[in-house]
Each structure stands twice: as C-alpha cells, then as structure tokens.
Design a protein around this ligand. Structure first.
Ligand code: ZN
Length: 340
C-alpha cells in the first residue's frame, strides 16, 4: 500500500493517472480497420468458411461480440453468413478437434486488417481440450470469441508488452505465450498494462469471463470511437478494480479484500510492485474489509480497515488501498480511496 495523501494531491494524482491512460491496450497500429469517412463507423464483415451445423455456436459468438466490442465502440460486424469467393473481412474456420496441437488452438493468423479477406483468418474450436473445466461449453465458446475478435480488431496479447513485467503480475512464462497461437506484438499501447484485459493470458479470470475490462473499453473506444448508440445507462457494468502498490519502505505485502459478498487476495513484492483485482458489478454503496500483512520498515506488520465505498454509477472504477497515518505497535489502518 502507499500512504494516504491529502485530498488535493489525491485529485491531482487521479487526473494524471487518467491522462496517462488515454495516451498510451496493446495494438498494432497499422492493423486498424478503416472508418467510414461520413458516419465514422467501422463496418467489418464476418463470415464462416464452414458454417453448416454450427448455427447455434455462430449465434452465441455473434451475441458475445455484440455485447462487448460492438457495444462499446463504434464498430458494426455484418454478414455472419457463409464466406463467398473472394470474401472480404474476417473469415472464420471452425476446426473441431480435441487436441492441443498448434492447428487446433483457437487463434488468428494475424492482427486487424491483416485478416481482411484472408481465408481461414480466424480458427475456432468448439471442443478444444484447453478450455478451463469450471466453465460451460457455451461460455468457453463465447469467451474465446471475445478474445479472438480482440485480435481481429488489431489487439495483441497484453502480456506481450515490454512494460508487462513492471506493471502487471503474470504467473505463466511470458516467452511461452508470446508466439503461441497467434497475434504477434503490438506497437501502440493505448492504455496502461491491464491485468484484467480479455487480451491477457495471465488474467486470473479466464479471458476475463468474456467481459471487457475498464481499460479494454477505454482502449477500443480510443481507437475506433465510442458507439453513439451507447446511452449512459447502457454503459459498462459497475465493476470495481482494487489496486495495491508497494509503498516506500515495504518489502512485500499480502492483502485480503472483501467487497460485498466477494473476497480476493493481492500480493506485491519487489518483482511486482503493483497488483490489481477486479470485482464485477457492484452496487452503488458497498461495504469493504481489507487485511494486510507486510514487511515494512524491517518489521512484520498487520493492517486492517473497513468502511463503505461509493461506486460510481454506470461505469467501472478503480480504488487503491492506502495506509492512514503511521503504524502503531505494528498495527496499521487501511482505507480504500477512489483513483479512477
Ligand atoms: Zn490470443
């Protein structure tokens, strides 16, 4: 945790944080699909090389994409039928094979416009053994589609970013995933490195359970513009991200956070100085409890805090765990403060 600072500095911090966010999702810039110069909308055809027998799955995919990328950004995916001869746009082949070979791994054969008209540009596998066992088959199909369509819009893996290790935690070998399956690297970091991204292999929620993170939404809107049909009340769920940074004098910290009926853990140390977890769809006012144990000022220390946070309406937000004052007898007081 970092130390609690007076309100004015807190406000300055949150503004600078936001500004950084807009400056810099991991995208290959040249892979952006063109916008209609009159309407500003990006129209992309989606077709299937072999749709027969997959009408149900295609419906799931179409719905998942319309509830994510096409909902928040000014993008419309059209067609959704069989690919014609010399078909343009995103061309999907279903390879239903129960093995973990490179060919059977769901992937795209490029990023963004590299897929335009490319036969078998996106490979989907509805019976892939690599899906987590704790989600349904329908969810596996939907969540995978959201991730692969991220590639089709030009986004690379979040964990491929050069600033990944510094700003995000990742417990899988980055080199192993870097060239696995698809994608390649981006060169345009629209938002800060985002552990909750659907494009992050290391997200502890697999493909972020098919939901776009706060920065996924901000990033795709920065690139393709905001969907003008989005009314404020139709905007993103009230997801809450809790952030913990390693503070001055801290060697490591374990944090346990309860938010409403959910509980999660955070860990920071000198290798990963920031950890973040996302809680989905919280009420306007929600009760929290935070516990930490940390090595601080060359001694072991415990911290605790509780209270209510006010969750901003109709958008996602971020709160940071802060230390209030100085620890007394090895006990610290913690508080959550909104940073975004
Ligand atoms: Zn991928």
């Amino acid at each position: 945790m970092r130390k609690f600072v007076i309100a004015t500095i807190g406000i300055l911090y949150s503004i600078s944080c936001y500004a950084q966010g807009v400056e810099r999702i991991n995208m290959r810039r040249s892979a952006q699909w063109p916008k209609d110069y009159v309407t500003g909308k990006t129209m992309i055809e989606v077709t299937f090389e072999n749709p027969d027998g997959y009408e149900y799955e295609i419906g799931l995919i179409r719905n998942a994409i319309n509830e994510t990328w096409a909902k928040y950004a000014n993008i419309e995916f059209t067609n959704w039928e069989r690919a014609s001869y010399r078909q343009k746009g995103i061309r999907i082949r279903v390879i239903n094979r129960a093995d973990m070979s490179d060919e059977a791994w769901p992937h795209t054969n490029g990023l963004g416009t590299q897929l335009d008209g490319l036969e078998n540009g996106m490979i989907l596998n509805f019976i892939w053994p690599g899906y987590p066992s704790n989600i349904s088959r329908n969810d596996a199909i939907r969540f995978t589609a959201v991730h692969e369509f991220g590639h089709a819009l030009g986004l690379a893996h979040e964990q491929n970013r050069p600033d990944y290790k510094r700003n995000c935690n990742c417990n899988v070998a980055i080199e192993e995933t870097k060239f696995k399956g698809d994608g390649g690297d981006g060169d345009y970091y629209v938002t800060p490195c985002d552990e909750n991204s659907v494009m992050n292999y290391c997200n502890r929620n697999w493909n972020n359970w098919g939901r776009l993170s706060y920065y996924d939404v901000l990033g795709i809107q920065t690139i393709y513009g905001k969907n003008p049909a989005l009314t404020p009340s139709a905007d993103q769920q009230q997801n809450v991200t809790i952030v913990d940074d390693l503070g001055t004098g801290q060697t490591w910290e374990n944090m346990y956070v309860v938010l409403g009926s959910d509980q999660r853990t955070l860990h920071v140390d000198s290798n990963n100085s920031r950890d973040a977890i996302q809680f989905f769809n919280k009420k306007r006012s929600v009760y929290y409890k935070v516990w930490c144990s940390t090595y601080y000022g060359s001694r072991l220390m415990q911290g605790y805090g509780d209270g209510f946070i006010t969750v901003p309406e109709n958008r996602s937000s971020a709160f940071e765990v802060l230390l209030v004052g100085e620890p007394v007898n090895g006990k610290a007081t913690l508080v959550l403060q909104q940073i975004n």
